[in-house]
Design a protein around this ligand. Sequence first.
Ligand SMILES: Nc1ncnc2c1ncn2[C@@H]1O[C@H](COP(=O)(O)OP(=O)(O)O)[C@@H](O)[C@H]1O
Ligand SMILES: Cc1ncc(COP(=O)(O)OP(=O)(O)O)c(N)n1
Length: 482
Amino acid sequence: MTRAIPRVLSIAGTDPTGGAGIQADLKSIAANGGYGMAVVTALVAQNTQGVRSVHTPPAAFLREQLEAVSDDVAIDAVKIGMLGDVATIEVVGEWLGRVRPRVVVLDPVMVATSGDRLLVPEAEQALRELLPSAGLITPNVPELAVLADEEPARDWDAVVAQALAVSRGWGVAVLAKGGHLDGDLVHDALVDAAADVPVRALVAPRVDTTATHGTGCSLSSAVATWQASEDDWFVSVDRSKQWLTESLRHGAALRVGEGHGPVSHFAGLWSRGGVRTDVTGEWWERIAEVRAGTDADPFLTGLAAGTLPRGAFTEYLAQDAEYLHGYAEVLSAASALAADAAERAFWSKGAAECLEEELRLHESWTGGGRVEVSPTCEAYVTHLRSSVEAGYAEGVAAVLPCYWMYADIGLRLAAAATDEHPYRDWLVTYGDPSFAEAAAHARAIVERVARDADPATRERMWQAFRTSAQHERAFFAAPLTP
Ligand SMILES: Nc1ncnc2c1ncn2[C@@H]1O[C@H](COP(=O)(O)OP(=O)(O)O)[C@@H](O)[C@H]1O
Ligand SMILES: Cc1ncc(COP(=O)(O)OP(=O)(O)O)c(N)n1
């Protein structure tokens, strides 16, 4: 039986950088299996570094938005975030009283990570009075202190004590969150003074990251989504926490903003292949340092300038010819392993081209004689062989940097190929569009394989790719390395 997709409404403010507020809520709802809807309470000009200004739409327009949704859609759960001022709180409170959604999670947003206020101080009491309209509230340490009308707690026991007081005082379950405290573990607890077990702890490893913008928004939306189907706050919080911890781990990789970046809401889905992503593009970014180092290598800068000593160039070509023997062998092995006929043909054609066309060019420079294989060349070919012996996925990932880095470097070198350039023939060959096409084709195959692979295989593919990129760099550097 197909699980019904819960229809979850976020009532919150905006974050144009997508890490917090409604934008984060919609991602979180989707990542946790819900259909997200959104009513905007405030337009917030903010980014990962802070809040610049807040524009609050008229209360009547907020009411219209709420009614537009509830007049048409059966709402399975509601998450409430930034409410901003008293008028906003009153409209939402009145709507909740009328519509009575089955699941209501209220994140009592008051202050952003940056320290900027998102709730005017005179609205704090109105927000307290809204608490009983929710099934669960999710304050962080400073927000819990405001609700409890006390100073912010300094340790976890004090947090739980405040949560119990708020739960008892306002008749609502509280998810007390310990993100703002220190320690290798983060403590959260589901606190319900009216329950048989009033305090149920959840402990998770603290992720060492600054990408924590919008964690509260994301968590509360996830909990609302799970609660619509699970009908058990502890289970819903537990599932949401698993998801959030994984998303926190991958937030920094998004490289969004200079301040506190967002969590990566779909990281788990992407890594499990549930959603298409540019795997090889990400690998290419991750070897940026290796590529920059290769570009700056004296061998390549000298080659482009035409100042590279001829001895160094012929030494490079002699080793390249040896390398191409091994490379062709590995391409043939990849061809033999390919399940797809088109992929088989591609690798096989690549092997033949290596042996025929490129060796012919090298022969014109080196006289075609075989030389002793250098340790650098030997190490690279050994890596390629062991990669393809490990399997098709690892093998094709390992051969990709040769295609891709050469095509990339070749475009820049070709631009330097003036009529008088001493290495013109060589530069023109690697700037040939057919070489770029072959590189793009190889990349497309590896992308397909990576997307279909399980996470462990994909990780091994990345390792094979990265190691080959490092060998590429060493290969260029070798002729001028004493
Ligand atoms: N560095 C971290 N590692 C793991 N979990 C974290 C981290 N920071 C926050 N969390 C979790 O994110 C959720 C929200 O955290 P918190 O910072 O307390 O609230 P808010 O984001 O509302 O300020 C909580 O479940 C908390 O445990
Ligand atoms: C529009 C909007 N709503 C809420 C917040 C605060 O988000 P939160 O999840 O508490 O995360 P932090 O940014 O405080 O970690 C916001 N910034 N904007």
